[in-house]
Design a protein around this ligand. Sequence first.
Ligand code: FAD
Length: 385
Amino acid sequence: MTMTRSPRAFLHATRRVMRHLRDLALHRRGMDLRNGNALVARLLRSALDLGVELRPGCAVRALQKDNGRITGVTLADGTLLRCRVGVVLATGGYPHDAVLRAETFPRNAEHQTLAIPEARGDGIAMARAIGAQMRRDLARAAALCPVSVVPWPDGTRGTFPHIIERGKPGVIGVLANGKRFCNEGLGYHDYVDALLGAAPEDQPARSWLVCDFRFLRRFGLGIVRPQPLPWRHWVRRGYLKTGRDLAELARACGIDPAGLEATVAEWNRGAARGEDPLFHRGTTPYMRLQGDPEQQPNPCVAAISRAPFFAVEVVPGSFGTFSGLAANGRAQVLDTEGAPIPGLWAVGTDMASVFGGHYPAGGINLGPAMTFGFIAGRDAAELSA
Ligand SMILES: Cc1cc2nc3c(=O)[nH]c(=O)nc-3n(C[C@H](O)[C@H](O)[C@H](O)COP(=O)(O)OP(=O)(O)OC[C@H]3O[C@@H](n4cnc5c(N)ncnc54)[C@H](O)[C@@H]3O)c2cc1C
């Protein structure tokens, strides 16, 4: 985002992009081991060093249970694998299980999940088939995130998570009536939570992130990158809506023009003083961290005034599911009576979130996944000793 603001930033970004292009040419993927890639690479290295046998592309279809304990799994090709101690389920929750989603996701029709397509709820279904209990009492069934749908040139559609730009100064989120409904700079889960509560029941749950030309070029909007990268092709593809004035933008989106004009006029009155009287953007250190330190007096508030104006439609989405198999503190799966099923553990998003469907901060999926993966492994190792 700061690429064009200092020679140092320009050099840094250029180097990173060139290295990525070289990786794509040589390896057909990025080879930079940071963040999630680094985490998984380290786990894989450890597993290989310990002689763990990995079988990629090998789907499990059913759990074997004999005399009340788990004794193995059946693979998709019918092969039976027997286990000495037990089975740890980690198949990624149910973000692509249509039936469970319809039962547990509010406004499921508009919901766009970001999770991998293989996360179809297999682990939960297999466990329930042998008497496991699924928890549905969580505050939210999934880790929510505002998502826009990206039309790719080959006709397919992708999903883009709106994680970063919502907290920057000069963007607001509005409903079809043109009104704001939340503090856009709080967490992504909170944005969708508010959208689910505010969108009228008889209309699709959708919102628009609205900004001006200055914001678009400085921070980007959704998949539209900031300067120096081009943006007009996103208008031609229908992803980015634009208007020479706010009323034209509103008509292009299907937003009430008078409502949007009134909302932006109110926002700009506050922005002139560096304030957001309605939702108090920029009043906590967390919000200011998401803002732009060069924007003063409030790093989270700037006027929306420089035409043309832009918007991207944003709907409820998710990173993964929170609801899942009931488990105890040892990650052992519980049956419908609340007793542990001998030889069965669930970790990651197959296990109901220990945060009860709340999202206090980032890492709410991966933190417990690492923790309970470790606990389940240690538990199983103790039993096998
Ligand atoms: C864009 C994005 C950003 C995210 N950012 C964060 C973040 O910052 N912090 C955070 O905590 N979380 C984040 N998450 C969420 C987090 O990445 C996931 O919740 C987490 O990776 C889920 O881990 P898991 O082990 O439960 O399942 P997964 O990592 O989804 O793995 C499940 C595996 O099981 C396999 N599988 C499925 N069915 C079967 C079967 N029948 N037999 C055999 N194998 C099967 C799948 O192929 C897959 O390999 C993010 C998610 C996305 C999409």
